[in-house]
Design a protein around this ligand. Structure first.
Ligand code: GDP
Length: 195
């Protein structure tokens, strides 16, 4: 896939505003600060989509980007930011679950995991939701440039696979917004989801 055009279509703060469109969707999710904005900006290259956050946990909305006048990239709000209140957490949960359930046009989700941090409880919960709702997903290990040694890269794959209880052959895309490693793999996976 070649991304030629991308524009913000809408920003949603409430589950009841999540009306469906006739277009297919692929979504991105992960803990705050995982590198989601950087990944989105990297895959669409010239189009500055998401703001790279200086204060994590700030984005609490679902952002829909219309790509190539054909499909949506859906940027789901990040989770796991320690300082948010119970009410905020509840709001986040109802927004994400409201989106994931009964979303016919959602063809696949990218679950982002920080290579340095490894999989967290919230990542596991997210994976369980995806399995529960029967949504195809791919896992991306972000900020892979932070791991210098090849052995560390191999370990991170194992750590994520075991931590998220993924099958042996389940692909984990190693990605860096700094070096653009894995960018092509992410684009290929988008294509597969949209088939
Ligand atoms: P978001 O909160 O998930 O949208 O994360 P951001 O994209 O805003 O990135 C969070 C922080 O991680 C920022 O300081 C980024 O510069 C940094 N970051 C993001 N991606 C990478 C990467 O691939 N490599 C490195 N070394 N840092 C990254």
């Amino acid at each position: 896939i070649n991304i030629k055009k991308a524009q913000l279509y809408k920003t949603v703060f409430k589950p009841e505003e999540l009306s469906e469109t006739p277009y297919k969707e692929v979504a991105f999710v992960g803990r705050s600060n995982v590198g989601k904005s950087s990944l989105l900006n990297s895959i669409v290259k010239n189009y500055k989509l998401a703001k790279v956050s200086s204060s994590p946990g700030k984005t609490r909305s679902v952002n829909f980007y219309f790509v190539n006048d054909k499909f949506f990239i859906v940027d789901l709000p990040g989770y796991g930011f320690a300082k948010i209140s119970k009410t905020e957490q509840e709001r986040w949960r109802s927004l994400i679950e409201g989106y994931l359930k009964n979303r016919d046009k959602l063809k696949g989700v990218f679950l982002l995991v920080d290579s340095k941090v490894g999989p967290t409880d919230k990542d596991r919960m997210m994976k369980d939701w995806l399995v529960y709702y029967g949504i195809p997903f791919a896992v991306v290990a972000t900020k892979i440039d932070k791991l210098k040694k090849q052995s560390e890269k191999a370990t991170v794959e194992k750590r994520i696979r075991e931590g998220l209880d993924l099958p042996k052959q389940f692909p984990i895309i190693k990605f860096s917004a700094k070096t653009n490693e894995g960018r092509v793999e992410v684009l290929k996976q988008i294509e597969r989801f949209l088939e």
